[in-house]
Design a protein around this ligand. Structure first.
Ligand SMILES: Cc1ncc(COP(=O)(O)O)c(C=O)c1O
Length: 414
């Protein structure tokens, strides 16, 4: 750090580093308006040609052969797992630093989530720790492409092939991300995406499952459409499916949103690069590691870590100070998933199945699980939402200036 006195932080009465609004979300224009009105006026609101068109376009966009839409990303993960044959008595390896659906989808499939720690510098499942967690019950691994950065699919794929595991990608943040030139969600057996309101392409709620496997695609289609068979009579049901169908309104919105996605993805990446460069080298702040194999990559979140002892401020005080500078940010997940009441035996469930049931034949006790990197990430990570990365270069420079100002005044702020 140089010895020039830092300007006064906004929290102590100084001028905020950023004034004015950040980009609004969702982004929409005549494309969405006209598409929605066209559905309205057509009278065909239900699971039809627009849903099919979006499934084909999105699958092609992510380099997958098949796409099956559904109600949301949570359902997408459940359908992908159940469709891939995951069920009672099986274990699925998941990271603990993610949204709860990653793990509850496994429980909904009647299987047992096994938490394996993340890498602190990517926030993704640590592929180097996966193999040690494989047991005779392990049936699948479910990496999350956290914030849009693909997990190490080389190592995860290699372990899965060697140990006979399915790979179900939680690609909820993976729209537009590729790993070695192939789209996320098309890298394993199946991948699930979310189109919830905060996501980079949205229909308020919605999801899709991608796969290259035609049989799996038919199974997932059937599961999502009350167990109907392909080209079979309407009231003949083959599987214990549910109604997870998407509407034409949602598909119309998504088709419009998809036209904007590549350009927005590129803009977010350019802005993230400015942040990476500007925030690098600030004492006590750790930017996340990029991976040249992940190109392009989406940014659903831009994350970094504040190491309180080195930065001179707690992460909470940092967040407070940065917000005062006019830079919205959040501290991310408060605890790894296994610390939720659901896993700490404070939740309810029929005899606590499937994690403790005769079918499993083992007793999973999450109260003794500790993943040190996930714990640390929950104490140190700060996030910006994807919407901020749609702002201008000057806004990114203001973020960097704000962070540097706070670092320079840490002693006065703590
Ligand atoms: C990593 C991850 N997986 C799954 C989901 C579930 O998606 P949805 O909210 O569409 O059910 C989310 C949603 O935030 C998520 O962030």
């Amino acid at each position: 750090m140089d010895s020039t006195p830092s300007p006064t932080p906004a929290l102590l009465g100084g001028e905020p580093a950023h004034t004015g609004p950040w980009p609004a979300w969702p982004v929409h224009d005549e494309r969405e308006r006209n598409a929605l009105l066209a559905v309205l006026d057509s009278g065909k609101w239900w699971y039809g040609e627009r849903v099919r068109e979006f499934e084909e376009k999105f699958a092609a966009f992510q380099d997958a052969r098949f796409g099956i839409t559904c109600t949301n990303g949570t359902a997408a993960l459940e359908l992908a797992l159940i469709g891939a044959g995951i069920g009672a008595g099986m274990e699925v390896i998941v990271p603990p630093y993610t949204f709860v659906a990653t793990a509850t989808a496994v429980l909904k499939a009647n299987a047992v989530p096994v938490f394996v720690d993340i890498e602190l510098d990517t926030l993704n499942l640590d592929a180097g720790q996966v193999e040690a967690a494989v047991t005779d019950k392990t049936a699948a691994v479910m990496p999350v492409h956290f914030g849009g950065l693909p997990a190490d699919m080389d190592r995860i794929g290699e372990i899965a092939r060697r140990r006979g595991l399915k790979v179900i990608e939680d690609s909820a943040h993976g729209w537009g991300s590729k790993w070695r030139g192939k789209g996320c969600g098309a890298l394993g057996d199946a991948g699930g995406f979310s189109f919830q309101q905060s996501k980079n392409i949205t229909s308020a709620e919605g999801g899709i499952i991608l796969t290259d496997d035609p049989d799996l695609a038919d199974t997932i289609r059937s599961l999502s459409n009350v167990g109907r068979g392909k080209d079979k009579p309407w009231y003949e049901h083959y599987l214990t499916g549910g109604n997870y169908r998407m509407t034409e309104f949602q598909a119309a919105l998504l088709l419009a949103q998809l036209t904007r996605l590549p350009e927005q993805t590129a803009l977010r990446a350019r802005n993230a690069a400015i942040l990476n460069q500007g925030l690098a080298g600030i004492e006590g702040l750790r930017t996340l590691r990029e991976d040249p194999r992940a190109n392009p990559r989406s940014y659903h979140l831009y994350g970094f870590r504040i190491v309180a002892e080195e930065f001179g401020l707690t992460r909470e005080r940092f967040v407070e100070a940065l917000r005062a500078e006019g830079v919205p940010c959040g501290p991310g997940y408060p605890h790894p998933l296994y610390r939720n009441p659901l896993f700490q035996r404070k939740g309810t469930g029929p005899a606590y199945c499937p994690v403790s049931c005769p079918y499993y034949g083992r007793e999973m006790d999450y109260t003794s699980v500790v993943c040190p990197n996930a714990e640390r990430a929950c104490r140190e990570v700060v996030w910006f939402s994807q919407t901020m990365l749609l702002a201008g270069e000057e806004d990114m420079r203001a973020i960097v200036a704000a962070v540097r100002k706070i670092r320079g005044s840490a002693a006065r702020l703590c």
